[in-house]
Design a protein around this ligand. Structure first.
Ligand code: MEV
Length: 316
């Protein structure tokens, strides 16, 4: 039996991170330049149930039976087994690799879960529909984020730009005109669970202030959706700057992010903001055909560990 491979892309949040946890809309898009990959091969000479997992990027080489029950990879695999009513897996080798930086706001956790869930279901002869893949990956996200909105597993599963509101039917977005982003990595690891948790504590003591900021973000996100769908991505720069100002007031920005954001603006980006959980990880800048390379260079000169140039476009 040939090995089964499944992949899932990284993602950026274009507008609305954090506010989306509190029921406001957010817009996210996949980033194809970075990918998570799961490869599963049968190991018929080993005893049934012996599943060997090799995930070199996180230094893991272990039997599934030896992983803690709350390990994200164990939750993802047991989720598929429960879904299919299986008590035991056939002996197999599972290899998980990813080029998506960890804890950097690019959806690495969600992408690894989605690739693994898809590969395992297919290996077992029961490929799952996107809706179930996303739902199972969401169970893993709850472990990573505490109170996730579900946007990461959704955009990574459906692999197209999305307008996302928690607990509502998913809406995909079709940009009428493509637009380009420079994604700059501060290199600072910042687990989303921490920023989401810190913001929740602030919100609990002063709901009025934070709800008002979330409302502002919601308005910005609506305007961004209109700009994207009506073919006016040039309006997105100002909206990104406004969203960044709100994120700073939420306390999820950082000097490293703000240095890269300022550098991108100075180098000709139409606007820039952090993307994802914040306090580290990645920022995004709206660039044009002529400014892309200049902005990328400025980001590196100002300490970006890596820059990805990507285009947000219609999915087919
Ligand atoms: C993380 O990519 C986006 C956050 O809004 C968290 C979430 O929506 O679960 C920070």
């Amino acid at each position: 039996m040939p090995a089964i491979t499944a992949t899932a892309p990284g993602k950026v949040i274009l507008f609305g991170e954090h506010a989306v946890v509190y029921g406001r809309p957010a817009i996210a898009a996949p980033v194809q330049q970075v990918q998570a990959r799961a490869v599963i091969a049968a190991a018929p000479l080993r005893p049934a149930g012996e599943v060997l997992i090799d995930a070199p990027d996180i230094g893991l080489h272990s039997l599934l039976s030896e992983l803690a029950n709350i390990h994200p990879l164990a939750i993802a695999m047991r989720g598929v087994m429960d879904e299919l009513g299986l008590e035991r897996l056939p002996a197999c080798d599972v290899r998980i690799t990813s080029t998506i930086p960890l804890a950097a706001g690019l959806g690495s956790g969600a992408a690894i879960s989605v690739a693994l869930i898809r590969a395992l279901a297919q290996f077992l002869g029961h490929p799952l529909p996107d809706e179930r893949v996303s739902a199972l990956a969401f169970e893993v996200e709850k472990l990573y984020h505490g109170t996730p909105s579900g946007i990461d597993n959704t955009v990574v599963t459906y692999n197209c730009p999305v307008y996302f509101v928690k607990d509502q039917v998913l809406e995909t977005i079709q940009p009428l005109a493509p637009f380009d982003l420079a994604i700059g990595d501060t290199g600072v690891k910042s687990p989303t669970a921490l920023t989401v948790g810190d913001l929740r504590r602030l919100w609990q003591v002063d709901k009025r202030t934070y709800e008002a900021i979330f409302d502002e973000v919601a308005e910005i996100t609506q305007l961004a959706r209109q700009a994207i769908e009506s073919g006016h991505p040039e309006h997105l720069g100002t909206l990104m700057d406004a969203n960044q100002a709100c994120l700073e007031r939420m306390g999820v920005s950082s000097p490293d992010l703000e240095r890269l954001i300022a550098a991108a603006r100075l180098a000709g980006a139409a606007g820039a903001k952090l993307s994802g959980g914040g306090r580290g990880g990645n920022m995004i800048a709206l660039v044009g055909a002529t400014s892309a390379q200049v902005v990328a260079k400025a980001l590196v000169e100002n300490g970006a560990q890596r820059v990805i140039l990507t285009t947000v476009r219609k999915s087919f």
